[in-house]
Design a protein around this ligand. Sequence first.
Ligand SMILES: [Fe+2]
Ligand SMILES: [Fe+2]
Length: 289
Amino acid sequence: MSPLTLFDFPLPDLLPLLIEEAADQNHWVPFTDPKTGQKVHGWLIKRLEPEGDLTSQKICWWFKEFLYLHDADVRPRFYWQTPGTTIRYHVDRGTQCSINVVLKGQGDYIAFNDTKTRYDCALLNTQVYHGVLSPETGRLLFKLSIFDRSYAEVLDVLQSTLSCRQAVFEDLRLTDLDVRPRYSKNLARTGLGTHIDHDRIVGINFNLMDEPATIHLRGKPFEYESAVIDVGTTPHSVVPLQTERLVLKLAIRAPWATVIDRVSPWIDSVYDKTYVSALKDNEQHLVKL
Ligand SMILES: [Fe+2]
Ligand SMILES: [Fe+2]
């Protein structure tokens, strides 16, 4: 089994925010080997709590949902490897496997035993000997360290989740479009004020709760289990409920007409057959999320 599995980072919109977060100089400390107590020259770490409002923490939560790791010990952290510093061969202490995203220095290699590889985003078996050869320009890494699941276990879920996603995209004829899945969650008694999503996106929403999901479009409520919604053009809101709301949303950066055409075999009721997607000048200020 390869110790490294490449995949596309599923939340590309968040990468600039992640880099911005890493640029905050607080909490960076020299990496210290927990076994020897020695500092590793030229290697810095920024450890974060798993939960909170930082981008790194939101991504940690998202991956826990995505990979059914709800009760797993997953911790986000950044690493900065200064130019010319080599991380010698080692196995991680405690971290069984990890999801790594290279934020700067993608041209540099990680070596597993004798195999050198470049990657942007990957699941890694950190219990196999590995090292990072001296980067030329410095290497910034975001890592979700998974402490209590093996590489094989996480890989199994990752592969089935990605192939399931691929199958859904094929069924909906969306494979050639820019589709970014995300979960949208409202805790009990929280809602979302009236807004329009950025980039004129079209949403395909799937309700994941027992009770139907409700979205208000121009103040009018619509209950749904699954729906195609012009959320990048139409003002919409979510009214607070007594219960949680969890929706899987495919955010699609394509014209409304294209999306409707693609998913038309699956549509069984259309609210307004005369609808034409057009962002109104006097509603531009609502484009927020
Ligand atoms: Fe490592
Ligand atoms: Fe929205």
